[in-house]
Design a protein around this ligand. Structure first.
Ligand SMILES: C[S@@+](CC[C@H](N)C(=O)[O-])C[C@H]1O[C@@H](n2cnc3c(N)ncnc32)[C@H](O)[C@@H]1O
Length: 282
């Protein structure tokens, strides 16, 4: 099934990234759960389905707002990481993890108050998933699309350490993996598709209502965090490097040492952008 022009989804897309995900990815803005609890009027009794849940970032972050949470992801490593984290947090009784693509959900999941898609919808057959989600939502329910606010540069002026050298890291990845963005077994010359608003409107959702949870707080990251961040991305996932993985990691660490001999980097917390799409009338 074609998700982006000339590219087909396959299950190596996020292969090997789960081990690096929690350490490597910047968090969503603190306050996201409070904002969602308020705007969705959640009372702790509803049901959440989180599609493309990864290691449970959103599913577990919102677990306190729902009576039951279902996380869905096709990547075995992600599902294992999510299940481990749920155990550590002592919430296994409230969550269920399903290893599947959002396009191939098992029957009998029941209905949901909220469906979240956090930086995952662009990997899906969006028309099909939008229709499925609408069918799963209860009257009054909503699909919630969550992503980082895309800010061209987040200045680290005034912070103690150098900025993460993202451009140099991207150049190193290109030198190793070629000039065109890799994704699973294919390439994505034009990136993932945008324009999800048109897809969701066409599927019958109402809205959207946009909320931004502000970021900007200073963050401190170590070289290991930054390396984990690189290996958490689909376009520089460990499997893509094959036998050159060790050599790439060495070059990456050399580059980072040069950028920050202290091994520390400053960052600013990204803001989080939320679009709430009410299920809309029949
Ligand atoms: C960038 S990660 C986001 C993880 C998590 N939602 C978060 O915000 O931290 C994207 C996730 O979408 C999952 N994914 C990719 N294609 C998918 C599909 N067709 N159905 C469901 N999940 C998918 C990937 O396995 C990966 O875990």
């Amino acid at each position: 099934m074609e998700v982006a022009a000339g590219w087909e989804w396959d299950d190596t897309l996020f292969s090997g990234t789960a081990a690096h995900y929690r350490r490597g990815r910047l968090p969503y803005a603190p306050g996201l759960a409070d904002v969602l609890g308020g705007v969705l009027d959640l009372d702790g009794r509803g049901r959440l389905i989180d599609l493309g849940c990864g290691p449970g970032t959103i599913a577990l972050g919102l677990v306190g707002l729902f009576g039951e949470v279902v996380g869905v992801d096709p990547d075995a490593g992600m599902i294992d990481a999510a299940a481990r984290e749920a155990e550590e947090r002592g919430v296994t009784g409230k969550v269920r993890w399903i290893r599947a693509r959002a396009e191939e959900l098992p029957a009998g999941l029941g209905s949901f108050t909220v469906a979240t898609l956090a930086q995952s919808f662009h990997w899906m057959d969006r028309e099909s998933v939008a229709a499925t989600v609408r069918g799963l939502l209860r009257p009054g329910g909503a699909l919630v699309h969550i992503s980082d606010v895309k800010t061209p540069t987040r200045t680290v002026a005034g912070l103690p350490y150098p900025a993460t050298p993202y451009a140099a890291i991207e150049e190193l990845v290109r030198r190793c993996l070629g000039p065109v963005r890799r994704a699973g077994q294919g390439v994505l010359p034009r990136g993932t598709p945008g324009g999800e608003a048109a897809v969701l409107s066409a599927a019958g959702f109402a809205g959207p209502y946009r909320h931004v949870v502000p970021g900007g707080q200073p963050l401190e990251r170590t070289t290991d965090d930054v390396v984990a961040g690189v290996f958490s991305m689909s376009f520089s996932a460990p499997h893509l490097f094959g036998a050159r993985l060790g050599a790439f990691e060495k070059d990456l660490r050399d580059l980072l040492r040069e950028a920050s001999p202290s091994g520390r980097f400053s960052e600013r917390q990204p803001g989080t952008e939320v679009f709430v799409w009410p299920r809309g009338p029949e």
